[in-house]
Design a protein around this ligand. Structure first.
Ligand code: 13P
Length: 245
């Protein structure tokens, strides 16, 4: 599974150019589930492109709100389902840090879409927590949001160390692999029906380092920010994934 998180980037012209660059570089196979999460206002534009004709390509949202109603600026789970979004990213560290999202809100969001569409729950430690060897404690705490929720295969976890996002720094592939195994074990032992989730890695993934990550057993794919803004680079990373897994 390879997901593009465009964050607050892009415009109509970019979508056209991106689509052309992607399609002329992507080697078509149905292997990887490919997701694109544009800013919500562009979801409909992407649904109307040639991209959406490839069955392995899925359009999703970068977030949902905890409910509908008098919540100016918010986008509800019902709305993304209305647009047939195939996944939603929940709990990204930028939401936690810039919008003060707490674990209890993240849990409410998961409950809104659990079993209706794929939830990509983002977790990750800060640099300070990493240096203080608190990574596993922090991740375990963040994973408490799936405790006692009945899950099926629709839960995916993205391990995104905050210090690796947009910095060019990453943990070693072996470190990531061990953390992913840990995450799978924690989810399996705490969720209501022992779900064993796919775990994606996110944080400075690019064409040059992607293969080293995808070779690892417990790295099931990637959640990509910066490199996903270029259709050619994003296609190349998918081609590498399909050739490695
Ligand atoms: P970068 O790939 O730009 O480091 O961003 C990762 C990320 O935050 C994806 O959600």
């Amino acid at each position: 599974m390879i997901i593009a998180n465009w964050k607050c980037n892009g415009n109509k012209a970019m979508i056209n150019e991106w689509t052309n660059n992607f399609l002329s570089n992507y080697i078509e196979t149905k292997k990887a589930f490919i997701g694109i999460a544009p800013p919500s206002i562009y979801i409909e534009s992407l649904l109307g492109t040639k991209l959406n004709k490839l069955e392995e390509i899925n359009i999703g949202s970068q977030d949902i709100d905890i409910s509908s109603g008098a919540r100016t600026g918010a986008i509800s789970s019902e709305m993304i389902l209305d647009f047939d979004c195939k996944f939603s990213i929940i709990g990204h560290s930028e939401r936690r840090q810039l919008f003060n999202e707490r674990n209890d809100e993240i849990k409410q969001k998961i409950l809104k879409i659990a079993k209706k569409t794929i939830t990509i729950l983002c977790i990750g430690e800060t640099l300070e927590e990493n240096k203080n060897e608190l990574t596993r404690d922090v991740l375990k705490k963040q994973l408490e949001v799936v405790k006692d929720i009945e899950l099926n295969n629709s839960l995916v976890i993205a391990y995104e160390p905050v210090w690796a996002i947009g910095t060019g720094n990453t943990p070693t592939p072996n470190n990531i692999n061990e953390i992913h195994k840990f995450i799978k074990d924690v989810v399996q032992s705490t969720s209501d029906n022992s779900a064993f989730p796919l775990v994606l890695y996110g944080g400075s993934v690019n064409q040059d380092n992607a293969e080293s990550f995808f070779k690892e057993k417990f790295i099931d794919g990637a959640l990509i920010g910066g490199a996903s803004l270029d259709g050619k680079k994003f296609a190349n990373i998918i081609n590498i994934f399909n050739g490695t897994k």
